[in-house]
Design a protein around this ligand. Sequence first.
Ligand SMILES: [Zn+2]
Ligand SMILES: [Zn+2]
Ligand SMILES: [Zn+2]
Length: 143
Amino acid sequence: MEMTSAAPERLRAAGLRVTVQRVAVLEALTARPHASAETVYSRLRGDLSGVALPTVHGILNDLTGAGIVRRVSLPDAASALYEVQDDFDNHHHLQCVECGRVEDVACAVGEAPCLHPSHDHGMRILEATVTYRAICSDCERKK
Ligand SMILES: [Zn+2]
Ligand SMILES: [Zn+2]
Ligand SMILES: [Zn+2]
């Protein structure tokens, strides 16, 4: 596989060793974000023979730990979804409760933590995770 994308550069900048498999995972997430480990695995199987699901899980953990990838837990997704994390990016998610389709939406407020609780119990608020639960037009039509 040719390494021509920005992925090797991002790995290096985060202090991670550049491997073909890490680059492939990062590229797969860049092309189509909000993918589960299983989805990434099934996309890689075609062009990266020999990659195992536990390896994909391990790579996603490494990338998440290094801050390149963000783990997104959404109420209507069976497993955690992953997307490439950009600095200063504070977007939220719109999710179809029927088919699970996920779209990014810009934060209406502009900066974290977006919402402030009436009482913080002495904790410093880092972020509010906002998920808009919705029904997409395709699923609406099928009803
Ligand atoms: Zn839908
Ligand atoms: Zn997103
Ligand atoms: Zn917000």
